[in-house]
Ligand binder design. Sequence first.
Ligand code: NIG
Ligand code: FE
Length: 411
Amino acid sequence: MYDLVIDNIGVLVTAEGNKPLKGKDQGKVRTLENASIAINGEKIVSIGNSGDFKEAKKTIDAEKKLVTAGLVDAHTHLVFGGYREYEVPLKLAGASYLDILNAGGGILSTVKSTREASKESLYNKAYNFLDEMMKHGTTTVEAKSGYGLNLETEIKQLEIAKELNAKHPADLAFTFMGAHAIPPEYKENKEEFLRIICEEMIPKVAELKLADFCDIFCETGIFSPEETERILTTAKEHGFRVKLHADEIKPIGGSQLAGKIKAISAEHLIEAPDEGIESMAKGGTIAVLLPATSFNLGKNFARAKKMIECEVPVAIATDFNPGSCPSFNMQFAMTLGCSKYKMTPEEVIVAVTLNSACAIEKSEILGTLETGKQADIIIWDAPNLNYIFYRFGNNLVDRVIKKGKLVVENK
Ligand code: NIG
Ligand code: FE
């Protein structure tokens, strides 16, 4: 007797295994027609043909639709105070992302709102985001801190993420990003801020076990590659796996460094040069690409095909945050993956499931539809994989199963 059977699946499309897919394998998926999935508790226990699993406490009829693994958003800044819609006219008047930040706005305005916000208000806001994300098919979310830039608020953000993980059906991954910008109080004394990050924040976040990953904004005028290396080396010494925001605006050496220090991922990579891509390939670094940010900032799109050609595994995420990407819609990012990166639907589906699960070290438990993996499943309102890229702009998620439970019924 199975706890749950999803029967009458038109077509099931999934990557396989626990390792990131790269190069010619970036789009390697298993496609099964007329399939059925048997689930016990939180896990998939068998995959077979439609009608194979008759003994079930509950059966969901997939109505001949497309089924994939739940989407993994491997890059978000989930917990933040306030919004920044006031930037819209500023940008239209010609102000760049860095102009706004350097004038004390941008990230720093969100830092002010996040420091001022109560824990409860931040928690409720992020909880609602997770609900909406799930309705759009996202079942696992990485959450970065970085809107505190002081120990107290960084801890507040990470504790909220931990609590969300305990209370919300979504799975979360936790990233400390105290080096997201230079806070106003250390504007004239960056060295002291670097010292605080290395000697106070990183050790404390490690001691409290509030994050598994450490990220940094390696960018012109923010943190140089040398400062990035210093911080990430300290983070490694304290047991963190490291990530970097690299080559988002200017290619100052972030992707080269990512490969050199064997970062688990480098993210953005809009302007990544050939040497950076080669370094990432050597270092086994995953490229987490964020096309909705390129779209929103009116920037170039990362050279995803070049990365695939050079054997760098590509993942796609949203970058959800109140500034550079106020959208958490993975389907929109997937559309851009196809239309702007020119990745195939198969390459994109691997990028948003298995490869993104690898970027947050969760591929042992989720990211594919296979026996033994967590039952994180989307039934799409679509007859095949191409259709979800073709009908862009609409929420095409019909139902979502998370850890074996039906959590979303959109129709
Ligand atoms: O990934 N670039 C740095 N951090 C975020 C943006 C954060 C913000 O604008 O608030 C990003 O784009
Ligand atoms: Fe980001």
